[in-house]
Design a protein around this ligand. Structure first.
Ligand SMILES: O=C(CO)[C@@H](O)[C@H](O)COP(=O)(O)O
Length: 217
């Protein structure tokens, strides 16, 4: 059960201290948005590099950008732990996943809530992590979409059937109220933004969320 706080909900003017506030996290989830794939604009490579230089936590990079085939390998060069691209933004996801692994990072692929997982089950072995979005990507603070739960269950069954150690991440609306449902469905990596950063002590909230998730297993 891993908790990766999203710095989208952090104070961007004080990123170094905001990273210290989540020292109990398993990794830092970094949302890169380009105002094309999603209707929001966040940060790019220079700021990702600065974050990498400011923390000892692994970086979990979530690219919500168009033309993932072109850009994702460049993020892999930054020495981050994992790079997640959206399948809806890639024309050659198998080749891209292989390129990411060849660059020394974990390869991860994300699906929007309405994107079915079945067409991609045969390529699970190319991935280190599958991200199932539990909100429409673009903004923090949205409501968890329960309609994704059956897809999480189907993905869990396929991962278990593959016999491969593929992480199953969920992102969006994860809180004390929703994390158990996602865990019971089979998720094992949880991205939480507003729930962590709105807490008085984010590091403690991370531990609370992790313990709640453990109740689902
Ligand atoms: O990628 C996204 C949103 O597109 C997420 O990472 C959010 O940043 C999570 O925030 P909360 O829903 O937990 O507030």
């Amino acid at each position: 059960m891993r908790i990766n706080p999203s710095i989208l909900s952090a104070d961007f003017a004080n990123l170094a201290s905001e990273l210290e506030r989540i020292h109990t996290a398993d990794a830092v989830h970094v949302d890169v948005m380009d105002n094309h794939f999603v209707p929001n604009l966040t940060i790019g490579k220079p700021v990702v590099q600065a974050i990498a230089n400011s923390t000892t936590l692994p970086l979990d990079i979530h690219l919500m950008i168009a033309d993932a085939d072109r850009w994702a390998p460049e993020y892999a060069q930054l020495g981050v732990d994992s790079v997640t691209f959206h399948v809806e933004a890639s024309t050659a996801p198998v080749r891209l996943a292989r390129e990411l692994r060849a660059a020394g990072t974990k390869a991860s692929m994300a699906l929007r809530p309405a994107t079915p997982v079945e067409p991609y089950l045969d390529m699970l072995g190319e991935l280190d992590m599958l991200l199932l979005m539990t909100v429409e990507p673009g903004f923090g603070g949205q409501k968890f979409l329960d309609l994704v739960l059956p897809k999480i269950r189907r993905a869990r069954a396929a991962i278990d059937g593959s016999g491969k150690p593929i992480a199953l991440q969920v992102d969006g609306g994860i809180s004390r109220d929703t994390i158990l449902r996602a865990a019971e469905a089979g998720a094992d990596v949880f991205v939480a933004g507003s729930a962590v950063y709105s807490a008085p002590e984010p590091a403690v909230e991370i531990d609370v969320l992790r313990n709640l998730a453990l109740g689902g297993h």
